[in-house]
Write a protein that binds this ligand. Sequence first.
Ligand SMILES: Nc1ncnc2c1ncn2[C@@H]1O[C@H](COP(=O)(O)OP(=O)(O)O)[C@@H](O)[C@H]1O
Ligand SMILES: Nc1ccn([C@H]2C[C@H](O)[C@@H](COP(=O)(O)OP(=O)(O)O)O2)c(=O)n1
Length: 422
Amino acid sequence: MAKQAFSRLGRWCSRMFAVECDPSSDPVYFALTKTPQTRQCSERQAFEKIFRKAKSFSLHVCTEDKIQRAKFYEDIKNNTIPGVSRGCSVFDVFSFHPDVKNSALRGFLVRGVADIQETGLFDELVRNPGLNVCTYVLEEDTEHWWQHLWSKAEDGRMVVVEKYCLVPAEKPEHHPSTLNIINSDVFYKFGDACKVLRECTKFIPESKELLELVDQGLPLKREGRFPVIVIEGLDATGKTTLTRSLTDTLNATLLQSPPQCLSPWRPRFDSEPALLRRAFYALGNYITAGQIDRASAHAPVIVDRYWHSTAAYGIATAVSGRVDNLPGPGSEVYRWPVDLLQPDLVLLLTVSPEERIRRLRFRGAEKTREEAELEANDRFRSKVEQAYKRIEDPACVVVDASPPPDQVLQQVLLLIKNKCHL
Ligand SMILES: Nc1ncnc2c1ncn2[C@@H]1O[C@H](COP(=O)(O)OP(=O)(O)O)[C@@H](O)[C@H]1O
Ligand SMILES: Nc1ccn([C@H]2C[C@H](O)[C@@H](COP(=O)(O)OP(=O)(O)O)O2)c(=O)n1
């Protein structure tokens, strides 16, 4: 057996396999076992739902280095999968150790691909040390489905190096998409976000300038005397409108995260995989923290988005499927970073989904959205909002932002008066 295959296997054994065929329901879970087990009739449904007796194969990105893995996953998703899956069904899949942090590998299952094993592309994929390539085979007499893991033998031929029987399994406590959140989708320490950007200076030269900007000191405890109020909320909930009127009324300084000075780099990082995008926004908060520290010595400070946004969007984007796949309230993913300056008050503006769509339409967005996209959007919206509400120390105070702007302002001024004695 090829040397490479051994190292692949070490990380592959005793894993579970989750196939997401419908974002509105649970994934189908399988345990991978060496020994087939007698199955109940009802379990056949799991296989019929996924494989339907069609030829299928899966690709899992297993590159060790986190940044390479994130970039390679995007490349496979955007270039390889569309190329091989014409006329096929494609599902997102996870290979993971149940409830073990950082153990999830993401990939794709392509169903209905007739002769993939005969193609040069198959060889190419199997040869790639960053991929685990599996085919799925039905043993007709026993009705067992087997996962075949492929590798390249020393003589250059493609060979099956390991076979696992797929056994339908109970859903684990934690959805596999939640297992890798810490330090991939949300960063809880300045140094952890910096590390990611430091490692990507080779292919994103802008990261170097960004690191120089943030290296100018980290205020953790505020020197200033004036209160700091953060306004959070989904797009079009009225943050810009409210932060402007609050700033005027309170003679405050208006800041935002990411800070203005990062605007030229934002589109660049927005087009990168989540790992890099989230590290960028995390560092934006530390730069804003420095600005808050200085400004709050002279006047109250209003901040348009801060840590809650970074964490809530990071978590909501990472967690696939339904809202109840989010880590439960009290999970460590909702904690405040150990070294980020805390505001005095965080207000979360909320409006009904219908009102939000009305405001977005008024701004000219969303006009051409398909129904399906709106529905997916609705799931995303609920996940962001739930994540916002679960973040702790400081937790946000929810404000109903559906009344007219002046009434929202009065309501918020009252809250600020009570909580910050302004
Ligand atoms: N309280 C409100 N009632 C009605 N419309 C509002 C209210 N606040 C803001 N809007 C309108 O909704 C849209 C989005 O507001 P904006 O302040 O830009 O939101 P955000 O900064 O959260 O994206 C704008 O067209 C704005 O004029
Ligand atoms: N402090 C922040 C601010 C924004 N983000 C991310 C989260 C979302 O992906 C986008 C939302 O920003 P966007 O500019 O669209 O929002 P608004 O126009 O202010 O409503 O940026 C963040 O991660 N951290």
